[in-house]
Design a binder for this molecule. Structure first.
Ligand code: AHG
Ligand code: MN
Ligand code: MN
Length: 358
């Protein structure tokens, strides 16, 4: 029975009662949700739509753009630029921050987004998504690039949409993480997954094992122990998943627990990870933490990282608390040498001859 259920608008009005200053934020989230409905309708056409395939162009990350990367980016910009709620936007698909056009008034928020996450999956009809983060812009002046360089702890809202068998919107405004399912008959997002909670323990991990030879030792140790399963020191079997859409991995973890890793590796030493801090790692970290999980670089909370570039990358280890804390411990033990008790003390933490680059 759908009648009487909590829609996104009703949910946001209730949130506003708890926090009187949240009116503009609710209006912004309604605009983002409208963009997401448009993107959902577009990607669900599949091969019947006009926008399948790859372009000649590359984005600032040097990645070849899919047609849908560009079209979904336009949907987000057009749906969110006019409402007087935003001071500017940053997108994975734009080299520089987007300036709100002169004809529209500016508002108190900044929106950072990845319009189509997992876009390599689009041509094979596997789940993709949209990720977004909302920051405050306190000044009246238009934002310069520096205005976006705020740590994740300053996010006032974060969310993602997953375009799977059902389209879902998962958001947090700092009071828990809540999931809504798009009712395609009424066009409403209906609250179906209130107060998501990630179990602290899990038997499931997700990592792209093709990068194994580039991993740092703490990750090799952790994954090796998971793979050893019942016969290793963990004394139980683990299962592995890799979808190559961060939204789909995070969604699975919010539904049933797990740990997701895209760690720092040596594949390209100029990049400290694959995923982007402002519009992939930070919003997902907020959603995971608000659901009782942990989100780490391996060496500290993602949300405490001070950004220096709008497109900077970061290592990501997130999900069930006890596993993420274990992986952080493995990083500490590696850095102190405690994981190598038989290595000469000449090469331990206090040694002048410490050889590893950490
Ligand atoms: P995007 O499509 O926005 O560039 O992001 C893809 C990301 C993320 O969704 C996923 O976890 C990861 O890239 C997959 O990377 P691999 O291709 O290395 O597995
Ligand atoms: Mn992405
Ligand atoms: Mn993308």
């Amino acid at each position: 029975m759908l009648y009487g259920r909590t829609t996104l608008s009703k949910f946001l009005i209730q949130q506003q009662r708890a926090d009187k200053s949240a009116g503009d934020l609710s209006a912004l989230l309604i605009d983002v949700a409208a963009a997401i409905k448009g993107i959902s309708a577009m990607v669900s056409k599949g091969a019947l739509g006009e926008h399948q395939g790859t372009l000649e162009t590359q984005n600032v990350q040097g990645e070849t753009q899919k047609k849908l990367d560009v079209v979904t980016n336009d949907i987000m910009l057009r749906q969110c630029e006019w409402g007087g709620l935003l001071a500017g936007m940053v997108s994975e698909e734009l080299d520089q921050p987007f300036v709100i056009p002169g004809g529209y008034s500016r508002g108190p928020y900044l929106l950072c987004f990845d319009p189509l996450d997992g876009s390599s999956n689009i041509d094979v009809n596997v789940a993709v998504g949209t990720i977004f983060s909302v920051l405050k812009h306190a000044e009246r002046k238009p934002p310069q690039t520096a205005a976006y360089l705020q740590p994740g702890d300053r996010q006032v809202a974060a969310g993602y949409a997953i375009y799977g068998p059902a389209t879902m919107l998962v958001i947090s405004v700092g009071r828990g993480t809540h999931g809504f399912t798009l009712d395609r008959e009424t066009g409403n997002f209906v609250l179906t997954h209130p107060d998501l909670t990630i179990p602290a323990d899990t038997g499931e991990f997700a990592i792209n094992v093709s990068n194994e030879r580039f991993w740092e030792p703490p990750i090799t140790r952790y994954v090796g122990e998971c793979k050893a399963g019942r016969s290793g020191i963990r004394e139980r079997d683990f299962n592995m998943r890799w979808i190559a859409s961060m939204v789909a991995e995070v969604h699975r973890i919010l539904m049933r627990g797990g740990v997701f890793m895209y760690p720092r590796d040596t594949k390209d030493p100029s990049k400290p990870g694959r995923l982007r801090l402002l519009y992939e790692a930070n919003p997902m970290a907020m959603l995971i933490e608000q659901a009782g999980g942990c989100a780490s670089t391996g060496r500290g909370r993602i949300c405490e990282v001070a950004p220096t570039d709008i497109h900077q990358r970061t290592p990501v280890v997130l999900g069930s608390r006890n596993e993420v804390e274990r992986i952080e411990r493995y990083h500490r033990e590696y850095e102190s040498g405690a994981d190598r008790p038989f290595v000469s003390p000449l090469f331990n933490e206090r040694s002048l001859y410490r050889s590893e680059v950490t």
